[in-house]
Design a protein. Structure first.
Length: 328
């Protein structure tokens, strides 16, 4: 899509289906899985170009103050085998190492300015991501004050009205209905930008508002909406995040803290290590089905313990039935 000039009034007529896009943030690859996780690295100039613009945008959006400062309940310990009920039966997380005391791990600590932790959007009962049903329960329990409900990205736009409970339901509609978080990504700068935006379909008015979105067909922020990826079973990944834009888990943890938690400083090296060690040290799977019963009984190999034993045997293409992929 190309255009030779820009008229701000044209923003209202844009027809690019931005709201339907589902890319971006959370999970990545750890140092111990570097060969798999870094397989699709782009050129360094392209890989990190998005980050500073996204961070700057999230920090600038602090001008839209969150009136709510509610905290979230955090389990005191993630046990070596931790089991939760879910809609189909029970889900379990297994740590081959030792149990995790959450007070001692940065994954569960508030490192930002809006009350969020990694656990805000990555909770064990949901397979270390979020479910829309769980988000709705959290909204009801907290009257919309839980840290997941923050204007920077929980709302369809940081400028949304959240002055009443009804207004909050409208502002956090995508999060409540679909478990989607807003991601504000800058357009690439020249010479990496190979297109210009000619039209946008923007039902939430965020991308078409120059204060929160595009400032021309080739500059500004585009709002994307997507569900956070699970922060578990990471050794089986071949890339990081929906669009593969992060190169490793430590860098992803830094960017997520600065963007989604709106932190004023990056996590320390020790905090980064705590987060990465926890994420790469857990395995999660369904362990009990309401109809089938135990998924690891009578020789069955369901559940996270059996899954953890597969990591040493894993390679990209391991499930290829006809030999189209060859491990190297």
């Amino acid at each position: 899509m190309r255009s030779s000039h820009f008229n701000p009034s044209l923003l209202n007529a844009f027809r690019l289906p931005v709201a339907a896009f589902v890319p971006l943030w959370l999970l990545t690859g750890a140092a111990s899985f570097a060969s798999a996780q870094n397989a699709r690295n782009a050129a360094a100039s392209e890989t990190r170009e998005w980050a500073q613009g996204a961070i700057d945008h999230a920090q600038q959006m602090r001008i839209h103050k969150d009136s709510d400062q509610g905290s979230q309940p955090t389990p005191p310990i993630i046990k070596k085998l931790d089991i939760d009920d879910d809609p189909g039966g029970r889900i379990a997380t297994f740590q081959p190492g030792v149990a995790t005391i959450t007070a001692n791990n940065a994954f569960f600590q508030d490192l930002g300015t809006n009350g969020r932790t990694c656990d805000t959007c990555h909770q064990k009962q949901n397979g270390w991501t979020v479910s829309a049903a769980d988000v709705r329960d959290r909204f009801a329990d907290s009257a919309g004050t839980d840290p997941i409900f923050r204007l920077v990205d929980g709302a369809t736009c940081p400028t949304d009205n959240v002055s009443t409970l009804g207004a909050k339901r409208r502002a956090y509609k995508l999060l409540l209905d679909k478990g989607l978080i807003r991601i504000g990504l800058p357009l690439p700068s020249a010479p990496n930008l190979e297109f210009s935006v000619a039209s946008v379909d923007d039902p939430y008015g965020c991308t078409t508002n120059p204060a929160t979105g595009l400032t021309s067909p080739t500059t500004g922020i585009v709002s994307m909406y997507r569900r956070p990826l699970p922060s578990t079973n990471l050794g089986f990944l071949t890339t990081i995040m929906w669009d593969g834009r992060e190169s490793n888990l430590a860098q992803q943890g830094i960017d997520a803290t600065l963007i989604h938690a709106q932190a004023t400083a990056a996590p320390t090296a020790d905090q980064q290590k705590q987060i990465v060690d926890f994420e790469t040290g857990i395995f999660t799977a369904q362990i009990f089905d309401d109809e089938a019963g135990s998924l690891h009984a009578r020789g069955a190999t369901g559940g996270p313990i059996a899954l953890s034993l597969q990591l040493a045997k894993f390679f990209v293409g391991v499930n290829d039935p006809v030999g189209l992929l060859i491990s190297t």
